[in-house]
Write a protein that binds this ligand. Structure first.
Ligand SMILES: Cc1ncc(COP(=O)(O)O)c(C=O)c1O
Length: 392
């Protein structure tokens, strides 16, 4: 669908594939020169919203690219976005800008407690949740999410059994990568009660919060749960997943509690670079003008998700999928086929997925498929998947 008509004269094209060869794309370079279709790392193959492209062009035209601090316009746009979209009354003083949420996860692990202390998270989960504690001299405690019928939930009993007096931080992914859950208020309240009982900082990575595919579901920010929750929360946000801007390296932590904010700042000092001028310009344009594009994107992603569901159910029934409430990532269960490393096998058959085991032990036998691409590309990926499974 090419369509006209948002605030700026624009047309959104989610149909025609854009070649990313030769642009240094992490996603495409991994299999450079080989016939492997990359549906792995979480970036999408769509061009950004025209309004974002225009803002970046204006920034290029200015022609001076010096060190850049967070300026009033971008702070106002972000505070407005948090208020309007998520009901959060954030003050610009509670924002801490970072060039990515992976660095922020590492800063959180350094900021609280001391070497030898522990950080807990639930698996399967985005791999840097597992490496950040170890990178920073912390013990990693993982507890598998529990599958309750078709729904993934926290296993509070196992979490109580695994937590130690040295545990300082719990890292939450909500909406969840890779299982696609949008956690409900009651579950999050229970998680906060768990953090209260054990005096844990709750690091809530909400990077996928604007990619909710179920129209009737709403994202519940950790900071909105209660004042007590907000006092122990470091919330992580970025426009990068939703608006497909990860290469612009712009993200931020929202930390209302001054004591936590000071600790975060100290741990980041000297390690974390400034955000660059394009990151701020892209972020401001995305939040201010990107809503029509985002709405259209969600429509396309819902269609792609439904295609993944129906194709796999009808043509590859030995592969299982759980319902995905959010993100453009499908978490596929290859357990019935009996392989430990499905992604390694599929790569040999021309399809590049993310290996489930990299999301924690409980991910072994699974793989993650990124459906944030034009439908024709997804169709060709699913056909490769079907052929690969048939060749077993
Ligand atoms: C949950 C989660 N956090 C963080 C990131 C990466 O963030 P950044 O590119 O800002 O480092 C991703 C990317 O897929 C993610 O899924």
């Amino acid at each position: 669908m090419k369509r006209k008509g948002s605030a700026v004269e624009s047309s959104f094209d989610f149909i025609n594939p854009v070649s990313r060869i030769g642009t240094g794309s992490l996603k495409w370079e991994r299999y450079g020169g080989r016939d492997v279709l990359p549906l792995w790392v979480a970036d999408m193959d769509f061009r950004s919203a025209p309004e974002i492209l225009e803002a970046l062009r204006r920034r290029v035209e200015h022609g001076v690219f010096g060190y850049t601090v967070p300026y009033a316009e971008v702070e106002e746009v972000v505070c407005d976005y948090l208020k309007q979209r998520h009901g959060l009354a954030a003050d610009h003083r509670s924002l801490h800008w970072v060039p990515g949420l992976v660095p922020a996860l590492n800063v959180v692990c350094r900021a609280f407690g001391a070497p030898g202390d522990a950080v807990m998270t639930c698996t399967p989960v985005y791999p840097p949740f597992l490496s950040a504690p170890r990178n920073n001299g912390r013990e990693l405690i993982t507890v598998p999410l529990r599958r309750d019928h078709a729904c993934w939930r926290f296993d509070f009993e196992s979490m109580e059994a695994a937590v130690t007096p040295k545990t300082r931080v719990f890292i939450l992914c909500n909406p969840h990568n890779p299982v696609g859950r949008v956690f409900e208020k009651e579950e999050l309240d229970e998680l906060v009660a768990f953090c209260d009982r054990h005096d844990l900082v709750l690091c809530s990575d909400e990077i996928h919060c604007d990619l909710i595919l179920e129209p009737e579901r709403r994202h519940v920010p950790a900071l909105a749960l209660s004042d007590e929750a907000a006092r122990r929360t470091v919330a992580l946000y970025a426009p990068s997943k939703t608006y497909n801007l990860p290469g612009l390296a712009c993200a931020y932590a929202v930390i209302p509690e001054p004591r936590l904010r000071a600790a975060f700042k100290r741990a980041a000092q000297g390690f974390i670079t400034e955000v660059n001028c394009f990151g701020y310009a892209g972020c401001a344009a995305a939040y201010r003008d990107g809503e029509p594009w985002r709405r259209e994107l969600l429509r396309v992603l819902r269609g792609n998700r439904d295609l993944v569901y129906s194709f796999v159910a009808e043509r590859i029934p030995s592969v299982r999928i759980h319902p995905m409430e959010a993100t453009y990532l499908a978490w596929l269960d290859f357990g019935e086929l009996g392989f430990e490393s499905p992604a390694a096998y599929l790569e040999r058959h021309g399809l590049g997925l993310s290996e489930g085991a990299s999301f924690g032990e409980s991910g072994a036998g699974w793989a993650r498929l990124n459906f944030g691409c034009p439908r024709s590309v997804l169709e060709s990926g699913l056909e490769r998947l079907e052929k690969a499974v048939a060749a077993l």
